[in-house]
Design a protein around this ligand. Sequence first.
Ligand code: HEC
Ligand code: HEC
Ligand code: HEC
Length: 443
Amino acid sequence: MIKRILGVGVGAGILGGLGFLWYAWYPALPKIDPPKASQFSAEKIERGRIVAAESYCVECHTRQDGHAGPTLAGDYKMVSPFGAIYSSNITPDPETGIGNWSEDAFRRALQLGVSRDGSHLLPAFVYDHFTKMSDADISDLYAWIMTRPAVHMTHRQNDFPLSVTPRIGLAGWKLLYFTPGRYKPDPKHDAEWNRGAYLAEGAAHCGACHTPRGLLGAEKLPGYAYDGGAVDGWTAPPLNEKNPTPVVWTENELYQYLRNGVAPLHGPAGGPMSPVAHDFLATVPESDVHAIAHYFASVDHADERVAGDAAAIKQAMEDSKRDLIGFNTDPDARLYQGACAACHYNAAPAPVLGRPELALNSALWLDEPTDLYLIMMRGLSNKEGQTGVAMPSFYNALSDHDMARIAAYLRRTRTNMPPWTDLDRKAAEARKLVEEPPVNSSH
Ligand code: HEC
Ligand code: HEC
Ligand code: HEC
């Protein structure tokens, strides 16, 4: 009896193993001669440029740490909990890039996370999102990539255990967490909503930063979609109704933010969100950015909640004004007045662009003070947020304890959230992040 049970167990094990190998094995696809530029029409290449901008290929495939590398030649460093990963050269160089990849091989990489030689690719290459992209978009993208300048360059070695162990292990990860398949339009919604969802869920991979990740780095889906995530030490705030700011992210706020890098009520796109807006979404058709904004206004049920905005803005302006009325005996208020109020005080009935109303900014409302600390310590460059407008860095001007006092003060006077804890220690940790920024953590 025991023997029989064992026999069945072993049999099932062998079948399971064979099944896994069948699932995990992909053939190498034949090398081709690099396609000629004349093969692609100018319109196709331009459509491909837009697809590339909407998926930030250049961001992740161009070295940024140490020195700026050649565009698309890879070697962009991503820090994952498992070690550093360096992205591939995807210029059309036949030896070190993807010049001898056919369109089939290119499409398979994006939709299935498999390299031309049949090996599995790391999910840092967000193919869990790119798998939703249509064949037509990928074909246009191929035309754009194959007509970029070829660069002969090899990337640094991954400091990552899976690059030494066989990549077949990645197939196990895929089995657990990866659902390949194109985006399926939702007939309950109109064409604009579906266009926005297609872009957000696929190419633009907003969830890669805005959805929390579980063990082994996969996005926690579906119950946690857009609940807020982490990137480069920053919190990427929730994009659903859990977004804690007192005014709603309406379609217009979202559009302004994604297109121009600054929302009239909520303020600027800083840190890792800045390039999403300025380097990429600013360069694509307006209608696509409207579609993404339309989609997220539905994800966060903006229409049902927007009625409370007028009262929330009034409240914020009153809280902000109170600071400068009479002589404030609260030493934390005076520290804030000296360091911040000159630029953040608003007397008008509504906030003015370039003068963010802190009571409406998510940095004060998140569970942790880290984003607020990173903003105080780094400041905001001319490029981030509203173009041409900057906030100075307080890295040298304020101690950790000063920043902790300002953070505690803003939280208690501008929000109704529980006080942040351990503020001095967290300020010291944020300072380390600014001194040695993690180049990119599994975005
Ligand atoms: C979030 C960062 C990120 C983005 C965005 C990204 N990639 Fe990558 N990509 C990577 C990383 C990291 C690798 C290396 C994966 C590995 O080593 O297993 C990679 C690998 C690849 C490969 C496989 C190359 C090879 O030699 O096997 C291709 C092809 C590729 N990316 C194309 C693209 C294209 C096209 C885009 C834009 C649509 C893009 N990537 C956007 C991070 C990214
Ligand atoms: C590389 C990671 C990353 C990607 C990709 C990304 N975001 Fe963000 N996002 C962030 C971070 C970090 C912040 C916080 C920025 C700040 O405080 O200035 C942010 C902020 C935001 C905010 C402001 C939220 C608030 O309450 O202040 C919105 C809205 C937003 N992102 C929408 C999007 C959308 C839509 C997409 C996809 C088109 C997207 N993001 C893609 C990292 C990312
Ligand atoms: C010299 C003017 C100036 C001073 C002083 C100043 N800020 Fe700012 N701050 C700005 C400007 C301008 C922006 C918006 C920048 C943009 O749009 O690019 C900003 C943006 C912000 C944001 C929003 C960032 C985001 O990414 O959402 C926060 C939070 C903030 N400031 C906090 C502070 C705090 C706290 C202090 C005091 C320690 C301070 N600021 C002092 C000018 C200033």
